[in-house]
Design a protein around this ligand. Structure first.
Ligand code: SF4
Length: 711
């Protein structure tokens, strides 16, 4: 007789938090589908549906391993968890004693509910050197929101205040493909039924373009100019929200002066968008209200990311699209609070926070509590680094940071490296200790969504393979060895501690599924109440939305947004552009993978077996390239090979390749990363964003040519 169970859980195959139902038949997962009774209303993407192919994947790591041969030689010995964890704990404690706490780096990848754990672990060691890709992904947004508003903004796609957005700008974002950063695809698609205008800003057409009322095909890396040009129109045509601006913003007159430097004609020349389209989009956003702007990651992987985001947020602010129903909102958390507090309740010594690697130059890194990864690897490579021990969890720096060669050279100089992952990734191949991690289908946990307004339960469907353990357990066990006063006897103690404000236990929470603050519990126009400040106002120094940022000014940065030409372009490096004539966005997202993940999953790999570079048919024709040809993409740093896809909606001068590619099926230690990974093309010797140190992935230059047979 078959034994069938349905487990309610939450997907974390990206950081989207989709509610799921997992069917388990005779101990095997046979199906993962959306849960109609969850906040994501039964929807899922391909990555989540294929997630159960991770569970029995023969390539999963099953036991803790210790390196026996030279780095990357592939010689490993199975060891016990105690031995592995004791070794990691000892190396961290020794480094801390001999070289100070900041000689330890704790690293993570994208937010998967364990951000609070990496923050807490770093805090309990006392190191400020928390490392992740956050400086090119999401943290710039959070910091800009904090600098200007004092809270974290999201598009109000919910209608809880009685109105939906009349105009949505989707700026460098593909929410229809993947649910990320707290604004879920299902919420957008449902909201679009009620939205009059959808303005897309993207160098290429996407699935959502069909529903757009206007598409601005922007030259990669010029988005700040576009936002400033739109504000030029809105301010000069007197279309801004005078009452809101006067009462609730700071520095408007200075912003008015700044945008005069960006007349539409000039902006059109910079962005390659026709003047009339810029004017139309500006008028639409200013007059068809309420409106909101979905902001995507490509804006952050650029040499001017902070000011680009500042310009976009100024656009929302001067049109009064903040905190009103259907605009951009700071959501209130559920009564239980968020997991975030769990990380931050361990105080980091101020001295160590200030002295993080790269923080002297990229001062917003200090504010955001992350070190600057490119500086970490450069110093390691050059032999000038203070770093003695690095623990990485759920991250693959050889694929994901700029300039793979430098990351590799840095890793090879690192005295001690431990990596926790599901698979033997190219980075894990070079570690001293490798720890096997349980998949989300194999663990009990609390998942803190990015939208802030809910926390959700991850409930175990099956046991992990071998001795694999949940991330949270691994953090707790390392924590118990390096800062025991901050960690817990049991995982139930830990989760109950997280939930203590809610009045329910972890077990009760698991049954409930999620805790949320939705509907009438959310408060709009909070700045008119005492919520942030007695008597009203925003949580900033001036109590207003800082169009002119007093904090940036205090740190020595330009307090007003401006445009900066990409480091490499036909305009900034015209000589180099003769050899590398195409503009390259080295990071185009595709539906089946999340960064360097999921190349192991049969369903997804069948749908997308190779890396793809998109080229305009005319450009391809001139280069003798046909659809499906293998081509080399070359920049001054190196070259990689991907398959050509001809995309007629691209500008013929622009090309978009896929990031983070490797071939898990190929032999280690490299698994094809030097052949396919776009970060072979990216740079760590070009100027980073001056405030946060973001590297440029989305606006480089390259040449493309057909690969010869057998190359
Ligand atoms: S969008 Fe993210 S969370 Fe949702 S199903 Fe896909 S991978 Fe899972």
């Amino acid at each position: 007789m078959s034994d069938t169970k349905i487990i309610k859980s939450t997907c974390k195959s990206c950081h989207g938090t989709c509610g799921v139902l997992v069917t388990v038949e005779n101990g095997q997962i046979t199906r993962v589908e959306g849960n109609p009774d969850s906040l994501t209303r039964g929807t899922m993407c391909s990555k989540g549906q294929a997630a159960f192919q991770e569970v029995n994947n023969p390539n999963r790591l099953k036991y803790p391993l210790k390196r026996m041969g030279a780095r990357g030689e592939g010689k490993w010995a199975r060891i016990s968890w105690d031995e592995a964890l004791d070794m990691i704990g000892t190396k961290i404690n020794e480094a801390k004693q001999q070289y100070g706490a900041n000689s330890v780096v704790i690293g993570q990848g994208t937010g998967r509910g364990y951000d609070p754990f990496t923050i807490r672990l770093a805090g309990s060691i006392g190191t400020g050197n928390l490392m992740g890709p956050a400086h090119v992904c999401y943290l710039p947004r959070l910091l800009v929101f904090a600098l200007m508003i004092g809270g974290r903004l999201f598009c109000d796609l919910h209608g809880w205040g009685g109105e939906y957005p009349k105009t949505i700008i989707s700026w460098a974002k593909q929410m229809e493909v993947t649910n990320v950063d707290g604004e879920m695809g299902v919420w957008l698609l449902d909201t679009l039924e009620k939205t009059k205008n959808l303005v897309m800003v993207d160098p290429r057409s996407t699935r959502l373009s069909n529903r757009a009322t206007q598409w601005l095909r922007v030259r990669p890396g010029t988005d700040a100019a576009l936002a400033l040009g739109m504000m030029n129109v809105i301010i000069n045509e007197d279309l801004y929200d005078r009452e809101f601006v006067t009462q609730w913003t700071y520095g408007f007159e200075k912003l008015r002066e700044r945008v005069q430097e960006y007349p539409v004609k000039k902006v059109s020349e910079i962005t390659w968008i026709p003047e009339e389209d810029i004017i139309k989009a500006a008028r639409t956003f200013a007059t068809e209200k309420p409106g909101c702007i979905l902001i995507g990651e490509p804006l952050e992987a650029a040499n001017n990311c902070i000011q680009t985001l500042r310009a976009i947020l100024c656009l929302a602010a001067i049109t009064g699209n903040i905190e009103r129903p259907g605009s951009m909102m700071v959501w209130m958390p559920p009564a239980a609070g968020n997991l975030e507090a769990f990380g931050r309740e361990v105080r980091l010594p101020e001295e160590n926070r200030k002295n993080i690697i790269g923080g002297d130059k990229y001062k917003l890194c200090v504010l955001g509590r992350i070190c600057h990864p490119e500086t970490v690897f450069k110093q390691l490579k050059e032999g000038t680094s203070q770093v003695q021990a690095m623990h990485l969890q759920g991250t693959n720096p050889l694929l994901c940071y700029a300039n793979t060669r430098e990351v590799f050279d840095g890793l090879m100089n690192l005295p001690f490296l431990s990596v926790a992952d599901l698979y033997m990734s190219p980075t894990a191949e070079y570690a001293d200790i490798v720890l096997p991690v349980a998949h989300w289908l194999e663990m009990d946990a609390i998942w803190d969504d990015m939208a802030v307004f809910y926390i959700a339960a991850i409930n175990k469907a099956v046991e992990p393979p071998g001795e694999a353990k949940p991330d949270s357990w691994i953090f707790n066990e390392i924590g118990r060895r390096v800062g025991p006063e901050h960690w817990f006897e049991t995982m139930d103690d830990l989760w109950n501690h997280v939930l203590r404000k809610s009045g329910i236990t972890f077990k009760e929470f698991q049954e409930k599924g999620y805790l949320a603050c939705t509907g009438k519990d959310q408060v709009y126009y909070k700045y008119k109440t005492d919520y942030w400040k007695p008597g009203g106002g925003f949580r900033t120094k001036t109590g207003k939305i800082e169009l002119y940022s007093t904090q940036l000014e205090g740190l020595g940065y330009d307090p007003l947004p401006y445009y900066l030409e990409p480091n490499e372009s036909p305009y900034s490096t015209p000589e180099l552009a003769k050899e590398y004539p195409l503009i390259l966005s080295a990071g185009g997202r595709f539906p089946y993978f999340f960064h360097s993940q999921y190349r192991q999953l049969p369903w997804l790999r069948k749908l997308h077996p190779y890396p793809i570079v998109q080229i305009h048919p005319e450009t391809a024709g001139n280069l003798g390239i046909s659809e499906g040809d293998w081509v080399w993409i070359e920049t001054p740093r190196g070259r990689i090979k991907q398959k050509a896809e001809l995309l007629p909606t691209l500008d013929p001068r622009v090309t978009i390749c896929q990031p983070h590619w490797w071939y898990p099926e190929r032999p280690g230690p490299d698994h094809g990363l030097w052949e396919a990974n776009a970060n072979v093309l990216t740079a760590s010797d070009l100027p980073f964003d001056p405030a946060i140190g973001a590297s440029t992935f989305r606006a480089l230059i390259c040449k493309i040519y057909k690969a010869e047979e057998g190359e």
